[in-house]
Write a protein that binds this ligand. Sequence first.
Ligand code: 0O2
Length: 255
Amino acid sequence: MEGRNKETHWVAEGTIASVGQAMATKNIKLADGVRYQLQDAQGNNLSEPIEAMQVITNVQSFRQLMMKYSCACLEIETKLNVLNAEFSLTNDRNPFESIHSRIKTPQSILEKMNRKGIELTVENIEKYLSDVAGVRVICSFPEDVYTVRQLLLKQDDIRLLVEKDYIAHPKENGYRSLHLIVEVPIFLSEEKRFMKVEVQLRTIAMDFWASLEHKLKYKKSVSDAERVSAELKECADASAALDLRMQQIERQIDG
Ligand code: 0O2
């Protein structure tokens, strides 16, 4: 199986997956925006030409990588759930309210690779993206965010790669969250592999703000966008102040 002209022709044995396998082993790189024509061994076109992302999502090594990221999310979630169970027994309250995991969609992976100007290969996805696996932890109070951080990073199989504290140093638009890029080991039948996971920790109020801001950012026609941004920034500051007041009240009640 061989690609004759990388941008227009692929000689395939019959399935997109087999083309993908061959590309992966030969480390052939895909360019976004180019349409790939799949052909059988006799040179007959197999289907309509398809886009780079459609090809890569059928590559076995891409599927394996996504499976590994899912496992890494599970590892982090389990660690956090164990900590939550212990903490709630000893301290009579939970350090966090909820956890959500997600694997970045192929579309979103493609967009980020394009934005960073990186060629689309399975290897590059793993090498250059650190947020394919994401775990979001929602806490009640700001100090819980740092408690969870400390409990998680204390574990000796977790490696901290990058930390961005947007709570101590909010983004200009008002965005607040603590981001940790960590590596966690996953144990497969034949190997132990460290996988990167982005852990985002934030309060309920920060999460509410971020979800709303995210929605508005992607709205096509926001009239008076500048005023909306300024209002959002005010809301972020007000909600941060409320977080701190609620935390103080909680301390008074708990003693
Ligand atoms: P999605 O759809 O959530 O995955 P890097 O990843 O380090 O190359 P980046 O993306 O600037 O560069 O890193 P950063 O600042 O740590 O942001 C990563 C993620 O945090 C984003 O992922 C968002 O989920 C969230 N985030 C960061 N800034 C904002 C913000 O201003 N508003 C909101 N609502 N969320 C934010 P993605 O990949 O952008 O998107």
